[in-house]
Design a protein around this ligand. Structure first.
Ligand code: GLP
Length: 268
């Protein structure tokens, strides 16, 4: 796991945008794994800027989102489909037909929908770069604590904490779903690269558990300790509980030197 600590959230977003740009510019048919939540909004802003100002093109990109609420109308402003349209898809040249979310209506069988989603990812060639945020309880996607570390796309019941954390996004009279379809931890682990963004003090405990805690289903993000190419990018607040900050910062400098000497090498 590579841990990189930046001064602020702006620099975290800039670094994430650099990763996405490098993939999109250098691979013929790049496959992005995308996330919702407040954290990646700044990344999507930067990508839209790069599209408008530097001609970064998403024409050949396919995307797979981590999760979507169960039985939600895509047109509902609370759906993750709406979130992706509003924050990214409607502002760049991506072909919407190549953008996927793990949807499931009440008429559909969630098990079949999960299998179909896994198959669609395989058919696209697998995910090259998965963007992740982290929940305050260590969840990734909607893989709540005690999720199987090898799980695949399926339906999950959200924890009270997640429902409470996300309630800020719903109006008092608005229905807040308590179930969601989510890529599994195993699905995320199959991505070639994983880039986890975390900012703010309220993520500091989860980040510390993920990086230095035991590999445990109680902290789903700790599974990334077993990923060959997991990059964790943090602002100072999210990194504040890590003991070995000095080491991560020094290792990052050394990595930059290696990159300068040998060039960047991403095995997509
Ligand atoms: C949500 C999403 C996750 C996201 C997390 C943190 O419930 N399912 O994919 O990473 O919570 O969200 P935020 O970035 O808003 O803190």
């Amino acid at each position: 796991m590579q841990v990189i600590i930046f001064d602020d959230a702006e620099q975290v977003a800039e670094h994430a945008a650099q990763w996405v740009s490098e993939l999109v510019e250098n691979k013929t048919n790049p496959v992005l794994g995308l996330a919702t939540g407040s954290t990646p909004i700044s990344l999507y802003k930067k990508l839209v800027e790069r599209h408008n100002e530097q001609g970064l093109s998403f024409k050949n990109v396919s995307s797979f989102n981590l999760d979507e609420y169960h039985n939600i109308d895509p047109a509902n402003p609370q759906s993750y489909r709406s979130f992706m349209n509003d924050n990214l898809f409607s502002h760049v040249d991506i072909d919407v037909a190549n953008t996927h979310l793990p949807t499931c209506t009440s008429e559909q069988n969630p098990r079949e929908q999960g299998l179909n989603y896994e198959q669609a990812i395989k058919d696209a060639g697998g995910i090259d770069l998965q963007i992740l945020g982290i929940g305050a309880n260590g969840h990734i996607g909607f893989n709540e604590p005690t999720s199987s570390l090898v799980s695949k796309t399926r339906i999950k019941t959200l924890t009270e904490q997640t429902i409470k954390d996300n309630s800020r996004l719903f109006k008092a009279d608005e229905h807040q779903p308590d179930m969601a379809m989510t890529m599994g931890i195993g699905t995320i682990m199959d991505s070639r690269y994983v880039l986890l963004m975390a900012t703010g003090e309220n993520k500091a405990d989860a980040v510390n558990d993920m990086v230095t805690g035991a590999l445990s289903a109680m902290c789903p993000a700790s599974a990334l300790q077993m990923h060959e190419n997991a990059i964790v990018i943090l602002d100072k607040a999210a990194a504040s509980k890590l003991e070995d900050k000095g080491y991560y910062q020094w290792a990052d400098k050394q990595n930059n030197k290696l990159n300068q000497q040998y060039g960047l090498y991403h095995n997509y």
